[in-house]
Design a protein around this ligand. Structure first.
Ligand SMILES: C[S@@+](CC[C@H](N)C(=O)[O-])C[C@H]1O[C@@H](n2cnc3c(N)ncnc32)[C@H](O)[C@@H]1O
Length: 276
């Protein structure tokens, strides 16, 4: 793929995200996003944030965090609550308005920037932590973003991603089948079921449309997930030690505890620390 083609794909994804995350979707965000909706996933996230910040504090009293695709602030807040200084970046105006409201008590340690992730990374600033929560799967070429992100880290800086779908063709057959069954059982009661079904059948034939927002917003969710192995390979080559945390996440409230109890793993987080 040429650089021009890649830039066009990026632009479509950015525009789709900016349009999708409007006032209405921001209002409904907590109802439809498993990692902020379910206490078990919120707790997992908080534990990982605490781990990341404990490591960062070995080198900096007030760690600096760059939160890319920060959204409406639910994933930003734990960093602020634990005393970090945060720069929150997002393209969506309504998501950032909600973030400002939610994080208002910590505004002396918060900077909000409405920008595309790539342009936010064109900076000389360095951060102790780069966090991307539920974000990598929105970015077509996430590996080059991670590469640019790593260059914006301080000497002992860490990369932390959370809530991305494990690359689908690396998930075991039984887990994949159970996961799909649970998703469809939930999806059948949601809006636009037949629209969703026809898009799914089209994508199964490998057809994606430039002008279909649903094909470009959660870019990798509707393709093959996010490649956890490629991310680890990239970060390892840059001198990081990676810990991959795999867990279960789904939409339907009945299915979340069921899938976890069955030990299905369809989602991952990565904490990458510099090798010493
Ligand atoms: C699913 S939300 C995640 C929000 C938050 N980090 C969380 O974990 O709840 C994804 C966010 O990424 C933002 N986003 C997607 N692509 C982006 C890009 N290229 N530049 C900046 N923000 C982007 C969207 O606007 C949206 O707010």
């Amino acid at each position: 793929m040429t650089e021009t083609e890649q830039t066009a794909i990026d632009r479509e994804a950015i525009a789709a995200n900016e349009a999708f995350f409007n006032q209405e979707t921001t209002r409904r965000y907590l109802e439809v996003s498993p990692h902020v909706k379910y206490p078990s996933l919120r707790q997992l996230y908080s534990r990982l944030v605490a781990d990341v910040l404990a490591h960062a504090r070995k080198y900096s009293e007030v760690p600096t965090v760059l939160d890319l695709g920060a959204g409406e602030g639910s994933a930003t807040l734990p960093f602020l609550e634990l005393g970090a200084r945060v720069v929150a970046v997002d393209v969506s105006d309504s998501q950032l308005s909600e973030l400002r409201r939610k994080c208002n008590s910590y505004k002396d340690r918060l900077q909000v920037r409405q920008a595309d992730i790539r342009s936010a990374l064109l900076t000389d600033e360095h951060y102790d932590v780069l966090v991307m929560s539920s974000c990598l799967h929105h970015i077509p070429d996430y590996l080059s973003v991670i590469q640019a992100g790593v260059n914006a880290l301080s000497k002992n800086g860490q990369f932390f991603s959370f809530q991305d779908p494990i690359r689908y063709d690396t998930v075991g057959t039984l887990s994949r089948w159970l996961n799909k069954t649970m998703y469809f059982s939930w999806r059948i009661f949601q809006e636009d079921f037949f629209g969703g079904l026809s898009r799914r059948l089209r994508r199964a034939r490998g057809i994606y449309l430039d002008d279909c927002p649903a094909d470009n917003t959660e870019y990798h969710v509707v393709r093959n997930g996010v490649d956890q192995d490629k991310i680890v390979e990239l970060l390892s080559s840059k001198g990081f030690e990676c810990r991959v945390v795999r867990y279960f996440s789904t939409q339907g409230s009945v299915f979340q505890p069921l899938g976890s109890a069955l030990g299905i793993q369809n989602t991952f987080a990565i904490i990458a620390k510099r090798r010493t």
